[in-house]
Design a protein around this ligand. Structure first.
Ligand SMILES: C[S@@+](CC[C@H](N)C(=O)[O-])C[C@H]1O[C@@H](n2cnc3c(N)ncnc32)[C@H](O)[C@@H]1O
Length: 276
């Protein structure tokens, strides 16, 4: 996984809150300097060889993560207001979508959902657009920061405000502290949605630069079976796991049901009927 550092001095409070190094600190760590006080007096002065491959910065009104464009393409940001998210919100297919069916959203039934692998929040946004209260958990600090920024912009826009108000975000590792994070957020874990990273062959991972950047940050989630075990303990009604169509189920108990479409699949582990 690549190092992330914060370049913009306006973002140093964010860096401190999330435990991310500034560019200067990352450069000093790379050079073997461990004295934090020295790093503090020279923030943001490091150059290209500053020890961090990716930097978190403000671009226009957005927080972005950027690396060398030849390797990583466009900077990555979370955008719930325009682009793909807006298109899916308007034309997405409502409760007929695979994710909605997997999570048990039906006529008169709208469970609350914990999305314990929030990523860029796309799945959580779809569920919240359909009326569900969603608790998003993300363990990678830089991805969490992008989500927090995307949510703040969605809350400020009249088109997405109500949806964003149903999305509650926490920073933490769900495989280690799922029950505690759920209890402190006060959202009922009726359904727990998991979409762990799937280790792709190098050839397909090279196809999209954005995917390469994201994969560099998040890694391959090798602890996904432990996350499934925690989710099965905490969910009151069901756990749903998103998988590539042909992938094996996660290690653990076999799913009770499997639903799929042309591109993806959901494995369903059911404790109890929703709405009952
Ligand atoms: C494939 S991405 C999820 C994409 C997401 N469904 C979306 O719609 O944008 C997986 C994400 O889950 C996060 N993740 C994996 N295991 C986690 C855990 N135990 N706790 C919190 N976050 C986790 C990873 O850091 C990564 O950001």
């Amino acid at each position: 996984m690549s190092g992330v550092a914060v370049r913009d001095p306006d973002l140093y409070p964010l860096a401190r809150r999330l435990g991310l190094p500034t560019v200067a600190e990352a450069g000093m760590a790379e050079a073997g300097v461990t004295d934090a006080a020295s790093a503090d007096i020279a923030p943001g002065i490091a150059g290209d060889d500053d020890g961090a491959e990716l930097t978190l910065a403000r671009q226009d009104d957005r927080l972005v993560l950027a690396g060398d464009p030849r390797r990583y393409g466009h900077p990555l940001a979370v955008d719930f207001v325009s682009g793909r998210a807006a298109h899916r919100r308007r034309f997405g297919g409502g409760r007929g979508q695979l994710i909605a069916r997997a999570c048990g959203l039906a006529k008169g039934v709208t469970p609350s959902v914990v999305d314990a692998t929030a990523g860029l929040g796309r799945d959580a946004f779809v569920l919240a657009s359909l009326g569900a209260e969603v608790l998003l958990m993300e363990r990678v600090a830089a991805i969490f920061a992008l989500l927090e920024d995307g949510l703040a912009r969605a809350l400020a826009d009249p088109e997405t405000r109500d949806i964003a108000a149903r999305m509650h975000l926490v920073h933490g590792d769900a495989s280690r502290e799922l029950a505690t994070l759920v209890a402190s957020a006060g959202v009922a874990p009726e359904v727990i949605h998991l979409d762990p990273m799937f280790p792709h062959r190098e050839k397909s991972a090279l196809v999209k630069k954005e995917m390469r950047l994201f994969r560099n940050l998040a890694g391959d989630d090798p602890d996904a079976p432990r996350l499934l075990e925690a989710a099965l303990d905490v969910a009151t009604h069901r756990v749903v796991v998103k998988r590539p169509r042909k992938a094996p189920p996660l290690e653990g108990p076999p799913p009770r049901h499997v639903i799929a479409d042309k591109t993806s699949r959901y494995d369903l582990y059911v404790h109890r009927r929703l709405g009952a």
